[in-house]
Write a protein that binds this ligand. Structure first.
Ligand code: S3P
Length: 447
């Protein structure tokens, strides 16, 4: 298992860096390319393990994808009726998005399939996607766990000559993964799909469907989709993936906490349903700028710059917490360096991410000498804005975002820190250590 050794920053972090392409948009691009009616070109593929899991699943179902090893993928779409039965169980690795989104596609197929994942993914709740899919006639089974269901999931086949039924469904938990699974299953259904969400979650699926000419409409918290009549309805496309703001958040927060720093991330996704972290930065008093530069298949992107700032405590809760749910581990680092007590609430969902992130964040902050208190649906942090934090030896617990948050804390500690179990960083940010080094940090990977 690899580990990181991180020295306290001896000088300001500075520079303009690329970030891996957006993981959420990457999954969707692969899915729509595979289901489209011809050859699509995806540029800027990140090789993050989560996205690779989605790519491998489609390859196992007969979708040809040529990869030049430099992030350019040529995908030969097979249309909505062209997937072939996979010979083996499909491995989703650590990727909840792969498992939940693929459930929507596979539940509609005339063949049987199986989805499995690693130990962390096998603990995560799948009932939220299994139950509504069953409601529209899907054959889908998991492993019962209390009121819920976990992986592995067994899907299909749909009885010959049948299709999934129309669906009107209100999500009990705000989840873009579940919303997307239902919309994807809706492409194969016999009538409309209407999904209502309690809070607006990331809308990458809707934007891409719209850009590719599918009949999708959004009205506030309600999304509706009519199934296309023609299985070759999805047009092939060319897309240069925008960078991942969730990944960019790590070097950007590093700049906010290391004195004198100024860091820019290039071509970074700025979709407003994803950009909650910018409001979080503002709340903590971080000086930043976001300059829009264009859009790719309906996804805006631009440059984001952060300057080292005097931070003050903030409250992250409600709708803002939902819009920055993946960034809470790194937002906790801002809280660790802010003046005053910060509160994070309405983030119960963090307990069922790649790890129990509420417990993991509180443990991590404690290891660096920052007082934090765990609550059922969040946590509180008493900032230590003055002087360095205490250097620590910690383990990521196999969670990529906890590993990267630990590395950023280590930049403001009083000696070298060691972070164990960091292979997981490759799920979302394969070049993380190199990116911090490019900005002037002293980070070593030990294998
Ligand atoms: C994702 C949605 C979010 C997020 C995950 C990626 C997506 O999960 O945490 O990292 O790509 O749809 P939920 O919407 O299921 O909470």
């Amino acid at each position: 298992m690899a580990r990181l050794r991180v020295r306290p920053a001896a000088r300001p972090l500075s520079g303009s860096v690329p970030v891996p392409s957006d993981k959420s948009i990457g999954h969707r691009a692969l899915i729509f390319a595979a289901l489209s009616a011809g050859d699509s070109l995806i540029r800027g593929f990140s090789y993050g393990e989560d996205n690779v899991a989605t790519l491998s699943a489609f390859r196992a179902m007969g979708v040809a994808a040529r990869d030049d090893g430099q992030g350019v993928l040529h995908v030969r779409g097979v249309g909505l009726a062209g997937l072939r039965a996979p010979a083996e169980s499909l491995d989703c690795g650590n990727s909840g998005t792969t498992m939940r989104l693929m459930s929507g596609v596979l539940a509609a197929q005339p063949f049987a399939s199986r989805l499995h994942g690693d130990a962390s993914l096998s603990r995560r709740p799948m009932g939220r996607v299994v139950h509504p899919l069953r409601q529209r006639g899907a054959v889908i089974w998991g492993v019962p766990k209390g009121d819920d269901v976990t992986a592995p999931l067994e899907l299909g086949p749909l009885p010959e000559g049948t299709r999934l039924a129309p669906l009107e469904y209100t999500l009990p938990v705000p989840s873009a993964q579940v919303k997307s699974a239902l919309l994807l299953s809706g492409l194969f259904a016999s009538g409309p799909t209407v999904v209502v969400e309690p809070l607006v979650t990331r809308d990458h699926t809707e934007r891409m469907m719209n850009a590719l000419g599918m009949p999708i409409q959004t009205l506030g918290p309600m999304v509706s989709l009519h199934p296309p009549a023609d299985p070759m309805a999805i047009r092939p496309f060319e897309l240069e993936l925008p960078g991942d703001l969730s990944a960019a958040a790590f070097p950007l927060v590093a700049a906010a906490v290391v004195d004198g720093s100024l860091v820019t991330t290039r071509r970074t996704g700025l979709n407003p349903t994803r950009a909650g972290i910018l409001d979080v930065l503002r709340g903590f008093g971080v000086e930043f700028g976001a300059v829009p530069q264009g859009d790719a298949l309906g996804e805006p992107f631009g440059e984001v710059s952060v300057r080292a700032s005097a931070l003050s405590a903030a409250h992250v809760g409600g709708e803002l917490a939902a819009r920055s749910i993946d960034e809470i581990p790194i937002a906790a680092v801002l809280a660790a360096r802010a003046r005053g007590v910060s509160q994070f609430s309405d983030v119960r969902e963090l307990r069922v991410k790649e790890s129990d992130r509420i417990a993991a964040i509180v443990r991590l902050l404690g290891a660096f000498g920052v007082a934090a208190e765990e609550r059922e649906d969040g946590f509180a942090v008493e900032g230590r804005p003055q002087g360095p934090l205490s250097a620590a030896e910690v383990s990521s617990g196999g969670d990529h975002r906890i590993a990267m948050a630990a590395a950023v804390l280590a930049l403001v500690a009083d000696g070298e820190s060691r972070i164990d179990d960091v292979d997981c960083i490759a799920t979302s940010f394969p070049r993380f250590a190199g990116t911090l080094r490019a900005l002037g940090a002293e980070v070593e990977v030990e294998t």
